[in-house]
Design a protein around this ligand. Structure first.
Ligand SMILES: Cc1ncc(COP(=O)(O)O)c(C=O)c1O
Length: 368
């Protein structure tokens, strides 16, 4: 069957902003400066200002953003970092790359984000940090998690890879912990045209350390304070992100509008669990994820009608062979495992037409 509605399509935004994007590329090419130059400095200033924080540090991707945020806090071998299993594996890769041990906890079934009660139960004398993930665009319960972190003197690093511009009680994702880590992978709500990431913080010392760590630990040219790595956001991506950033709020609003249309068309379909948005949350719908008891059948029925869907994520991190060493067996994280069986991401992107959305919704409603 030919594809009638793709899961995602990045071309509509490209054609909307095409001229400005092309002008940015030409400007960088003509400048003769391609790494750690004026475009990155300008993007960092603009991204920090957008969030109302003092510092943004551009890095090579979102995985590095989480890793470097943790390393800037001093996390390393011997430490434990509490995060979730229901996430992109990148979150857990990043924790392990610091040398710390990831401690994976279950999620709240309503929001698919870190369950604060489970996080509290996982705290040990070695716990160094909490890394909640604002999955699908819905913030984790930052009231409970910030309180937990404060009571136990833990660092709080927000994984905002899927939540640019999301809010919790009016506060932007990334501004509630010590550090907020972002990915600008092309499909993200704020996407680059290759790999890119950033960390935001209000703390000048953490920002300074991040700037060193992303550039071989260098303080001044050829003077190295500590071992670092090469994780720089290049001038081309920075210039392209500067074109995209002023449109982020409008693009998020469009995602919310599309999610609202799905909800209207699907709310009477009792077999489908629709995404919930807590009253404290402003959801930015990076993904529109429904639940269904016979998810695989629904996915196949939609595919037969030319509708692409994806599963984020079909195998939880703790059940992947790569993380068998964490010692968590099937059944260890019941809500995470139930989510992996039931979830299905429907197409939602800037440029999805009302007609295509209606086609998907009516097919999902009919097949569920
Ligand atoms: C929740 C989450 N964290 C981290 C990352 C890693 O970002 P990147 O792919 O830019 O390394 C991603 C991206 O897939 C993500 O979705």
């Amino acid at each position: 069957m030919d594809t009638r509605v793709p899961f995602n399509d990045l071309k509509p935004v490209q054609s909307l902003l095409g001229e400005a994007l092309e002008a940015a590329v030409r400007r960088v090419l003509a400048s003769g400066w391609y790494v750690l130059g004026p475009e990155l400095a300008a993007f960092e200033t603009e991204f920090a200002a957008w969030h109302g924080v003092r510092h943004a540090v551009g890095v090579a991707n979102g995985t590095d953003a989480v890793e470097l945020a943790l390393r800037a806090l001093g996390a390393g071998p011997g430490d434990e970092v509490i995060t979730v299993s229901h996430t992109a594996v990148a979150t857990v890769c990043a924790v392990e790359r610091t040398g710390a041990t990831p401690v994976l906890v279950d999620v709240d079934p309503a929001t698919f984000t870190m369950d604060p009660v489970a996080a509290a139960a996982a705290i040990s004398p070695r716990t160094r940090a909490l890394v909640p993930v604002h999955l699908y665009g819905h913030p984790a319960d930052m009231t409970a998690l910030a309180d937990l972190a404060a009571r136990h003197h833990l660092a709080l690093v927000e994984d905002c890879a899927q939540a640019h511009g999301a809010r919790w009680n009016g506060r932007l994702a990334g501004t509630m912990g010590q550090l907020g880590a972002f990915s600008f992978y092309p499909t993200k709500n704020l996407g680059a045209y290759g790999d890119a990431g950033a960390v935001i913080t209000d703390d000048p010392q953490l920002a300074e350390r991040l700037r060193r760590l992303r550039n071989y630990g260098q303080r001044d040219r050829y003077h190295h304070e500590e071992p670092g790595q090469n994780s720089r956001l290049d001038e081309m991506q920075a210039a392209l992100l500067r074109v995209r950033l002023p449109h982020l709020a409008a693009h998020n609003a469009e995602r919310r509008r599309l999610a609202g249309l799905y909800a209207e068309r699907l709310e009477r379909c009792a077999a489908l669990g629709l995404p919930s948005s807590l009253p404290e949350a402003e959801h930015v719908f990076h993904l529109y994820v429904v639940r269904h008891g016979r998810r695989d059948e629904l996915k196949e029925a939609l595919a037969a009608r030319g509708i692409q869907t994806l599963i984020h994520y079909p195998v939880p991190v703790h059940l992947q062979p790569a993380w068998a060493h964490l010692g968590l067996l099937p059944g260890a994280l019941p809500e995470t495992e139930r989510a992996a069986r039931e979830i299905l991401s429907l197409p939602l992107y800037v440029g999805l037409t009302n007609a295509d959305l209606a086609l998907v919704a009516d097919a999902a409603g009919a097949c569920a």
